[in-house]
Design a protein around this ligand. Structure first.
Ligand code: M6R
Length: 636
């Protein structure tokens, strides 16, 4: 049966070599990586010439229970661990990682998809190898074992020759197609963990006499903040003595060394019940951090990495924004700001659709890719397509050195810090800030806005952390409302202009966290069909624009409120302080501070995040790890 489960596509992996208990280090690392997937988890520890393996379907707690029951050695210093998000097939114990070679000596964990697994599996089966899982990963364990048997002559020794596992990994990687991060240990190579990467993240943590490998620095941040990010097609070997990096053909290589700016407390719940609550509360700081130091003394906006000249930006005649999910909603808001400030046409595309409709791109097109993780495969593929068509690519990203910024021509990093909850909150607000900055930068470089005009908007942006803080201070009635509406079969969200993406974001949060039917609509579209959904008591959130902005927008939304009210809706208006016009028509009014219209999503989104979080908690759901989801979606 050659239909392997492409089952380890977005996973968390961690490896350790040093003097501590590898089991403890690996389990702690997996706890921090569980956001990447939580369908199954497993570990392999090298101990006295044997591999101790444990793996279980379900969350990490199942694995921890099994380890406690089965009595694992906790002192050995070499090990690997894996947490999985399944893309195809049921997550079972059998398909959980690590996977072990037939001789029981090699254990492998994997993030990604090995596209030529069917051919490799057939070849291995013809050589008599019996598979014990349906995964593509298992091929790698058997291939490594075969390579070691073929190329290692010292069979009389109980220890593998130095570098043998890494050499075998290089030879195996030369045969693999697809995207993968692999970690391997061998029973006869105590003290050594070998890793490889292609199109999937892998970072090395450099401690004092100890080294770590992980998909994300969060896995080892409590031990070290010094890290090396591996380049494409590289193999790494770690031991207590150091780290060796080569390409797939053995040529010595160096990764990209960096210091992690945040510490372990940023990856802890810090007294909150859920990471999501903590991350909602961190938004004022995240917005302030993303804005900090962006304006030079001469009043110019600074991006982080710019491999584009000002002339390249002046030549831009069209902007495409590509992103997924919440990041896409940030892009929808950005369109209003970019077109208003730069007068360049701007289109927003779901990254997963972008390249399939063959968009018209050339050197004068700027593609802005927005991604918290920087690893979202749909967005990465859109970036690659744009680059193939010679477009310029600018990334807005929260993860230093991840694939999307690395492959882009310019980068603006959001400084949200680690976002652990699957539902995006602080990443969204900081993406909005970054989009505003990109719009201002473009307007300035193209001479459409003068430095003082840019500074005036930046000044308004600098008021936003306090405005978000003010919203957070008034959320108790929203939580009460959430508890009272937790049993509603359906909730609708409507808005106009920048309020429309806010409505979409409110609905997405409720869907993913509360598993409720929720829809966001442009308020003007309701009468073209969706208004038929409204029944007596249907909750409808209305994002009301400022009456101080374009009056016509406010008046139209008030009319929309009356339309839904007339059909029995229970109206919850999000309106700015002092807007008395909404009161006669709304059942509940959630007040947000006065802000310029374009910046209003920064405050209007917050009550919707709080609402969704509270509904989910009331319904008894896992707020941080909603069902069927993972934080980084590294499959198309
Ligand atoms: O890492 P990215 O920003 O590229 O992720 C994009 C989406 O998968 C993400 O925003 C997703 O929609 C969130 N879970 C929504 O809360």
């Amino acid at each position: 049966m050659l239909t392997a489960l492409r089952s380890q596509a977005m996973c968390g992996i961690v490896g350790y070599a040093g003097a501590r208990s590898a089991l403890e280090v690996v389990l702690n690392g997996l706890r921090r990586l569980e956001y990447r997937g939580y369908d199954s988890a497993g570990v392999a520890i090298v101990d006295g010439g044997v591999l101790q393996i444990e793996k279980r379907a379900g969350k990490l707690s199942n694995l921890e229970k099994a380890i406690a029951e089965n009595g694992f050695d906790t002192s050995a210093g070499t090990g690997i661990g894996h947490t999985r998000w399944a893309t195809h097939g049921a997550p079972t114990d059998r398909n959980a990682h690590p996977h072990v070679s037939v001789d029981g000596r090699v254990a492998v964990i994997h993030n990604g998809i090995i596209e030529n697994f069917a051919k490799l599996r057939l070849e291995l089966e013809e050589r008599g190898v019996e598979f014990s899982s349906d995964t593509d990963t298992e091929c790698v364990a058997h291939l490594l074992a075969l390579e070691l048997t073929t190329h290692t002559s010292a069979q009389d020794s109980t220890t593998l020759p130095e570098g043998a596992l890494a050499a075998a990994m290089r030879r195996v990687c030369q045969r693999l197609e697809g995207a993968f991060t692999l970690l391997a240990v061998h029973a006869d190579a105590p003290g050594v963990v070998v890793g490889a990467r292609r199109n999937s993240p892998l970072v090395v943590g450099c401690g004092d006499g100890e080294y770590f490998l992980a998909s994300d620095v969060a896995a080892f941040i409590e031990h070290t903040r010094e890290a090396i990010e591996l380049g494409q097609d590289q193999v790494v070997e770690i031991s207590a003595a150091g780290v060796t990096i080569t390409d797939f053909f053995g040529t010595p290589a160096t990764g990209n060394s960096f210091h992690v700016a945040w510490d372990v407390s940023a990856a802890e719940k810090g007294g909150y019940d859920y990471f999501m609550l903590k991350e909602i509360a961190e938004q004022p700081q995240a917005v302030a951090d993303t804005l900090r130091g962006r304006l030079t003394e001469t009043g110019e906006i600074m991006l982080d990495e710019v491999r584009l000249s000002d002339q390249d930006l002046r030549d831009v005649d069209k902007v495409f924004i590509v992103a997924c999910g919440t990041a896409y909603h940030a892009g929808l808001v950005a369109k209003y700001a970019i077109e208003h400030w730069t007068r360049i046409p701007c289109e927003v595309e779901l990254a997963s659709e972008f390249r399939y409709r063959d968009p018209v791109l050339d050197r004068s097109t700027l593609v802005v890719a927005i991604s918290q993780s920087g690893e979202t495969m749909d967005t990465l593929m859109a970036v690659r397509h744009a680059k193939e068509q010679k477009a310029r690519v600018l990334a807005i990203c929260n993860t230093n050195g991840s694939s999307i910024p690395r492959e882009s021509d310019a980068v603006l990093y959001t400084h949200a810090g680690p976002e652990i909850a699957v539902a995006s909150t602080k990443a969204f607000l900081t993406q909005l800030v970054a989009c505003y900055l990109v719009g201002l930068h473009l307007a300035q470089v193209r001479g459409i806005k003068y430095a003082d005009e840019v500074a005036a908007v930046v000044e308004q942006l600098q008021q936003m952390p306090a405005a978000v803080e003010a919203v957070l201070g008034t959320m108790e009635p929203v939580r009460e409302l959430a508890r009272s509406l937790a049993g509603s079969p359906s909730v609708l969200f409507i808005g106009r202009h920048v309020g429309y993406p806010v409505a979409l974001e409110g609905a997405l949060k409720l869907k993913e966290l509360a598993y409720m039917h929720a829809e966001g609509f442009a308020a003007g579209e309701l009468k073209h069909g969706p208004i038929a959904l409204i029944d007596k008591g249907t909750p409808v959130f209305v994002v009301v624009p400022s009456p101080r902005g374009r009056g016509v927008l406010h008046d139209k939304v008030i009319s929309n409120i009356q339309e839904v009210r007339a059909r029995g809706a229970r109206v919850i208006a999000i309106a700015e302080e002092g807007d008395a016009a909404v009161e006669p028509f709304a059942d509940h009014v959630i007040r947000v501070p006065r802000t310029p219209t374009l910046l209003s999503p920064l405050v209007a989104t917050v009550p919707l995040q709080v609402f969704a979080c509270e509904v989910a908690a009331t319904r008894g759901h896992d707020v941080d790890q909603p069902r069927n989801l993972a934080k980084s979606v590294t499959v198309e």
